[in-house]
Design a protein around this ligand. Structure first.
Ligand SMILES: Cc1cc2nc3c(=O)[nH]c(=O)nc-3n(C[C@H](O)[C@H](O)[C@H](O)COP(=O)(O)OP(=O)(O)OC[C@H]3O[C@@H](n4cnc5c(N)ncnc54)[C@H](O)[C@@H]3O)c2cc1C
Length: 230
């Protein structure tokens, strides 16, 4: 897939939580990507230009539009820019990049994410779930408190509508009727014939990968994306 560079206009900005936005931009109709990939934004602020990566949230079947779930890091260069971004603002984008691609030959897929790490997993799930009714899809999604469960209604509905989809939300800092604790507590017992996709902060990605490998999962069946370097 060839890398393209283009200017995109903000179509809408919506707060999904108090510090996370759904940002929609237009894109050239011939821009294509694989679900799970990301693009690089050039952020210009106070005369400075920096590159930041953001995963594409929506499916490539939605031509001409790219959605992103962007979490504000207080004082962060891009975060402060996105706080004041409004409709019609323009960004330079470059992409697509990344290898969090769907493993079409695998019979069972475990998507493991935290926070805005749900974005590429969302793209893969909404693209492939109905295309592969015989494959099993499981989403294990961890956040601190219930109000941070992005797209909770959508995933709950998808679970009701698709017998091949299991949605496991888990909260780390709040008691509720569902599961609690870190994702590592809710991994499958049998690790055979599964592909794992892990996305989010480094601690979640590295701890989960380590545990899966300890339990005998081959590294080639683990795909991951780290959002921060620490
Ligand atoms: C492949 C890839 C895809 C990504 N996709 C997304 C996405 O879909 N949505 C999204 O919101 N972000 C995503 N990120 C993270 C994003 O690129 C930025 O790093 C993030 O928005 C912070 O940028 P900033 O300029 O606001 O902060 P910076 O100015 O870069 O950092 C400010 C401070 O915050 C710390 N910091 C940076 N990132 C984090 C973090 N995630 N958690 C805690 N502290 C942090 C830094 O160490 C620094 O001390 C992705 C990163 C990668 C590598």
């Amino acid at each position: 897939m060839s890398i393209q560079k283009f200017t995109s206009k903000v179509l809408s900005k919506e707060y999904l939580t108090e510090n996370l936005i759904l940002l929609s931009l237009d894109s050239p109709r011939d821009f294509t990507f694989e679900p799970g990939q990301f693009v690089m934004f050039t952020i210009t602020k106070d005369g400075e230009r920096k590159q930041r990566a953001y995963s594409i949230l929506n499916s490539p079947s939605q031509k001409g539009r790219l959605d992103f779930a962007i979490k504000f890091i207080d004082g962060g260069f891009a975060s402060e820019k996105f706080k004041t971004t409004k409709e019609q603002d323009k960004f330079e984008l470059r992409g697509p990049f990344g290898h969090l691609a769907f493993a079409k030959s695998s019979p069972e897929h475990w998507f493991i994410g935290c926070g805005c790490g749900i974005a590429p997993l969302h793209s893969i799930i909404v693209t492939y779930l109905s295309k592969y009714p015989k494959k099993k899809f499981v989403l294990l999604f961890s956040v601190k408190v219930k109000k941070e469960l992005l797209f909770h209604d959508l995933f709950t509905n998808l679970e009701h509508e698709n017998s091949n989809f299991t949605y496991i939300p888990t909260l780390t800092r709040e008691e509720w009727e569902g599961k609690t604790g870190r994702v590592q507590h809710h991994l499958p017992h049998n690790m055979k014939n599964k592909t794992f996709y892990i996305c989010g902060v480094t601690s979640l990605v590295e701890d989960t990968k380590k545990l899966l490998m300890l339990k005998g999962v081959d590294q080639k069946n683990i795909k991951s994306e780290r959002y921060n370097q620490v």
